[in-house]
Each structure stands twice: as structure tokens, then as C-alpha cells.
Design a protein around this ligand. Structure first.
Ligand SMILES: Cc1cc2nc3c(=O)[nH]c(=O)nc-3n(C[C@H](O)[C@H](O)[C@H](O)COP(=O)(O)OP(=O)(O)OC[C@H]3O[C@@H](n4cnc5c(N)ncnc54)[C@H](O)[C@@H]3O)c2cc1C
Length: 556
């Protein structure tokens, strides 16, 4: 595979990133020459606590610094959070993406990717142009394909059934047209109706309610092969609204991986020295403001003296007071790992945090001597292995090829929910054994083990103490909770005792599991902090809170 196709060859689609729930155009706000806004001069240098150093914490801190505030970042593990790229024993160069690994060229995340000068190449998704071959192994039968046209007719029928279901039940063509034209009134009219009609529907329920998916076999195949970035049956119990958000925002389409690893985006923002900077001297970066190191993890959050600010206690015993704080870690931490003042949030937000649902996820990686899977099989004339989707234990195998003379990286297994729990109690070595045994059924003539040059690396996010899950995924009937969480940056209507503590990140977004959406919530939080400190946006460049009434997510 060549690596000439960088993100700059492929301009982002104008629809990318436009959420049907809150169709604010974040990249316009970010790119406007007036900047995001301003806080009063006497507020310059004011400390703002930013809890969590993942992508949403870094975007929040970076933009607050540009406004002349002094973000103080707390991080309990390492900067990057779920954008975590690791090396292998004896091969420290970061190569294995334990969390996020593929991104649509959506405007908001790539605003930062481009700012940092990072390069991206097409991600080897199932049946994608960048994928030399895809192997689908279902019920013990194996199919090889270069593209969808090589698969048996049944697979084409399933793909047609999905399009038909979206046409019939979710106004797909009208919605996509409105997204492209940025026709806010049509987007809102269609989506508001969809929310009312489908908010209690699971993904599986949606499929069974359409004539297109009347056969069990079709639903089973669809669960395995899915659309865009892979199989979807582990999402069958989730709200169909989440799946429609993936379709409408195209976050699962035409994805890219970042050369050198996705962790470079948050860590890059940490050390980047922005040119447009208020109050701080040129050369200021988050790293400089923190003497190179974030504050330790947070263990307690309470109201400060007089109830005006927040006392943040870190695990080393340090306590500091802030007028405003932004919390970006997974929200379950507020329930179990951080002692919180009950007044931190209004009670409907506490309920929404309690009810938040996470997907689990495990990944297993190995480093190989070379991308041997591109070797030709003499008997068949095909590559010896391909990107693999299977209904057996490994579920998804992804192959990363940096050229014939470079080591290869295999994500030998990428699983969600129940499939993740099946391996959660195994060590990386034990996982390798069961996964290789399973893959030997599909590839009896391929000796994967002989190519592995370092001990395997694995992760299970639901057993990671400071995460407790991979990403938020809403269940049927949870729209109201999602709405409460997403809109928490609009605090004018809150009782005074609840104002000044903002939440951002994957949990707060409309659609978990996509960094793009976490970034948007960070930008909402920036608006909320600005407002809390008496600042405002420029009249020519209104922010998400200024346009809230016009764009507000429907109340049901
Ligand atoms: C397996 C997996 C696959 C994914 N795949 C993709 C993908 O391909 N594409 C995509 O776009 N997105 C993907 N995502 C989602 C994406 O990774 C997230 O949306 C994004 O990284 C979330 O960023 P965040 O800043 O909201 O949260 P996080 O990255 O979780 O950051 C929160 C930070 O808070 C820290 N923290 C926790 N507790 C405390 C405390 N008490 N004090 C201080 N700090 C604390 C954590 O250590 C962490 O660094 C994936 C996620 C996972 C887990």
C-alpha cells in the first residue's frame, strides 16, 4: 500500500461533524478571524481547573490558554487518555492504538490534527479502498473480497436492505441532502421527528421493524458485516438514535489513521505554542504553564469558601481553589472514585451520570517482522491473510502495513461488550493463544506466530480503574439523559450553587466512541467558562451558547 494519500489530498466533506441534535458548525467558530471570544482583561491569568488530559481536556485547556486564562490540567495516568498509542517490549516506537484508531476527516478534530502538522493515511477498514483484501468468516464459511462486489449475493442484499431501511424509516436521502446544504430547519424538523418516533427503539428492534430485514439470516449477516467501520451486532441493544447519528454524521465513513499514532493529537496540543495568544508571551504552551507536568489525579471536589468556587484535591494531598472547573474524565469517576460535593451538579444531571451506559472493549496487538500477510498464496494467487471479520472470538483483525521493509502491526482481536468480557480475565499471552487457535481455523496454512517479534500488548477498557468502560453508548429511552449532559454548558438557568462546574468529553457528547464528538463538547465547555467569567464571543462569530435557542436539541 502506498502512503502518498494524506488528509490534505482529501478535503473534509462540508457535512462532516454536523450533529443532527445540535447542528452548530464548530469549525466555522474555530476558524473565524475574530477568535472564539474574550474574557475581561482583569480575568486574564485566572486559573481554571481542567480535570483529565485526554483530547477533550487538551482542547479545553489549549483554547482557554489562547483566551488568556491559565488552565491547570489534572491527569491521573498519562496525557492522551483513550487516544493512547503504545510500543512493544524492545520496540518502544508507539504503534499500537489501544483506544481510538480511525477518524473521518471531520472538520473539528482535524482542525487540531492539521494545526499540529500531523499526517494521516486511509484506514484499512473492511472492504475499504485502502484494504488489500477483506476476509469474512461467518458460521464456519469464509469469503474473500477485494471490494463488496466480490461477496456472495446475500451480502449485497443485506447492504441493500440497510439502505432501504434507512430510506423508509429514517428519511436518509432527505436528511443527507439537508446536511450537505446545511439546511438547519430541515435537519431539525426531520431529526426532531425521528427522536420522538425512535427514542425508545433499540437498533435490533429497528431492524426487525422493517420489511427489509424480515429474515433472521439477513440480520445476522448485517450484525457481522455492518456498514462503514465493521460489525455492529454488539450494538444491537443500544438506542437506534446512536446508530443513525453515525450514519448522518458520516463519522464511520472514509476513515484515516494518524501516522505515528493518535496520542500525538492531545500530547501535541500540550506542547504546541499557538501564534494567536492573548495575555501570555509568545512561546507559551500548556507544557510551559505546567513546568512540563500536569497536576496529579483528582480525588475530591467540593465547594470553596463562601460557595463561590471549587476546591480541588489531588491524590498527593494538594488542594487548590478555582472559580470554575471543567471535568473531562469518564463521568462514572464522579460516582465512585472522586468524592464530590452533592451540590456539584443539579439532580437531573446526577441522574444522567448514574444512568450513563458504557460499551466495553478489548484489543490485542502484536508486532511482526514485516507485513507478511501481503505474501502471495501460490495456490490461490491471493494475499495469505486479509483484514478479517469473524463471528468467532477474535471478531475483528486489522492489519497495519507501513511498507514491505518495516515491521507490521496486527490488531489480532478487536471486540466489544460480551465479546470483550470473554477475554477480559486473560493475560495478553493467554489471549494470544486463544486468538491464534481461532484464527488457525480460518487460515490453516499461515504461521502467524513465527512472524511475531515481541510480546503481545492488550487492553480491556472496562477493567481500567480510571475509565471503567470504553465509551458511552446510549440505551433506548436515554435521550433525556443525553440531552441533560450535552447541554450542561448552558448554566444560566441553574441554581447559583450549581454554576461553574462544567462537564465535557466522550460521555457528554451525543455519540460516544468518536473523538470528534468529545472535541465538540470541549468547545462548548470553553464557551461556558468564558460566559461564567464574564466574557463573550465576538458579535460576528457567535458560539454554541449564543445560537443555543435556535439550535437547541428537541425537548421530549
Ligand atoms: C477501544 C476504543 C476504541 C475507540 N475507537 C475510536 C476511533 O477509532 N475513532 C474515534 O474517533 N474515537 C474512538 N474512540 C473514542 C475516543 O477514544 C474518545 O472519544 C476520546 O478519546 C475521549 O476523549 P476524552 O478526553 O473525552 O476522554 P479520555 O480520553 O478518557 O480522557 C479523560 C482523561 O481523564 C483522566 N482521568 C480519569 N480520572 C481522573 C482523575 N480522577 N483525575 C484526573 N484525571 C483523570 C484519564 O486518565 C484520561 O486521560 C475509541 C475509544 C476506545 C476506548
Amino acid at each position: 500500500m502506498g502512503f502518498t494519500s494524506t488528509i490534505t489530498d482529501d478535503e473534509p466533506a462540508p457535512t462532516a461533524g454536523l450533529s443532527p441534535d445540535f447542528p452548530f458548525v464548530y469549525e466555522e467558530w474555530l476558524n473565524h478571524r475574530a477568535g472564539l471570544g474574550a474574557v475581561p482583561v482583569e480575568r486574564h491569568g485566572t486559573e481554571v481547573a481542567v480535570i483529565g488530559g485526554g483530547i477533550s481536556g487538551m482542547v479545553t485547556a489549549y483554547e482557554l490558554m489562547k483566551l488568556g486564562l491559565r488552565p491547570v490540567v489534572y491527569e491521573i495516568e498519562e496525557l492522551g487518555g483513550r487516544m493512547r498509542t503504545v510500543g512493544f517490549e524492545g520496540h518502544p516506537e508507539p504503534r499500537a492504538e489501544l483506544g481510538s484508531m480511525r477518524f473521518s476527516p471531520s472538520a473539528t478534530l482535524f482542525h487540531y490534527v492539521n494545526k499540529l502538522g500531523l499526517k494521516a493515511v486511509p484506514f484499512p477498514n473492511p472492504l475499504a479502498d485502502a484494504t488489500p483484501s477483506t476476509v469474512i468468516n461467518l458460521r464456519g464459511e469464509t469469503h474473500w473480497a477485494r471490494g463488496p462486489e466480490d461477496l456472495p449475493l446475500t451480502f449485497q442484499q443485506v447492504s441493500d436492505a440497510w439502505s432501504k431501511a434507512l430510506h423508509e424509516k429514517a428519511d436518509l436521502p432527505v436528511m443527507m441532502g439537508a446536511m450537505e446544504r446545511r439546511d438547519i430547519s430541515v435537519i431539525k424538523a426531520l431529526w426532531n421527528r425521528t427522536v420522538r418516533e425512535l427514542e425508545n427503539q433499540s437498533f435490533y428492534g429497528f431492524l426487525t421493524s422493517t420489511a427489509a430485514f424480515s429474515s433472521f439470516e439477513q440480520r445476522e449477516i448485517f450484525g457481522q458485516v455492518g456498514f462503514g467501520c465493521g460489525g455492529w451486532d454488539t450494538d444491537f441493544t443500544n438506542s437506534v438514535l446512536d446508530v443513525l447519528r453515525v450514519v448522518y454524521t458520516e463519522v464511520g465513513d472514509k476513515q484515516y489513521r494518524i501516522i505515528g499514532g493518535s496520542q500525538q493529537v492531545p500530547t501535541g496540543l500540550w506542547s504546541h505554542e499557538p501564534e494567536e495568544l492573548v495575555h501570555w508571551p509568545a512561546g507559551t504552551s500548556l507544557a510551559r504553564l505546567h513546568d512540563g507536568k500536569p497536576m496529579p489525579g483528582v480525588c475530591r471536589i467540593s465547594r470553596g469558601g463562601g460557595g463561590a468556587g471549587y476546591l480541588i484535591e489531588d491524590v498527593s494531598g494538594g488542594v487548590r481553589e478555582y472559580p470554575v472547573a471543567v471535568f473531562t474524565a469518564q463521568s462514572w469517576n464522579l460516582l465512585s472514585r472522586i468524592q464530590c460535593d452533592p451540590d456539584l451538579l443539579p439532580s437531573d444531571l446526577w441522574t444522567a451520570v448514574e444512568r450513563t451506559h458504557y460499551m466495553g472493549s478489548s484489543k490485542l496487538f502484536v508486532l511482526t517482522d514485516r507485513p507478511f500477510w501481503r505474501d502471495r498464496d501460490e495456490k490461490t494467487g491471493r494475499d495469505v491473510m486479509g483484514m478479517t471479520l469473524t463471528d468467532r472470538l477474535p471478531r475483528g483483525v486489522y492489519l497495519f502495513d507501513d511498507g514491505p521493509d518495516e515491521p507490521g502491526v496486527m490488531c489480532l482481536s478487536y471486540t466489544w461488550n460480551d465479546d470483550s468480557l470473554k477475554v477480559a480475565t486473560l493475560t495478553a499471552e493467554e489471549r494470544l493463544e486463544v486468538v491464534l487457535a481461532s484464527l488457525a481455523q480460518i487460515y490453516p496454512d499461515v504461521d502467524i506466530r513465527s512472524h511475531i517479534v515481541a510480546p503481545p500488548v492488550s487492553v480491556t477498557w472496562e477493567t481500567e480503574p480510571n475509565f471503567m468502560g470504553a465509551f458511552k453508548s446510549s440505551l433506548p429511552g436515554q435521550y433525556r439523559y443525553q440531552r441533560a449532559l450535552f447541554t450542561n454548558f448552558m448554566q444560566d438557568g441553574f441554581d447559583a450553587k450549581h454554576r461553574g462546574f462544567l462537564m465535557a468529553g466522550d460521555d457528554i457528547s451525543w455519540l460516544g466512541g468518536f473523538a470528534e464528538n468529545a472535541v465538540e463538547t470541549a468547545l462548548n465547555a470553553v464557551w461556558g467558562v468564558m460566559r461564567h467569567l464574564g466574557g463573550a464571543t465576538h458579535p460576528d462569530n457567535p458560539g454554541p451558547g449564543d445560537l443555543f435557542d435556535e439550535l437547541a436539541p428537541v425537548v421530549i
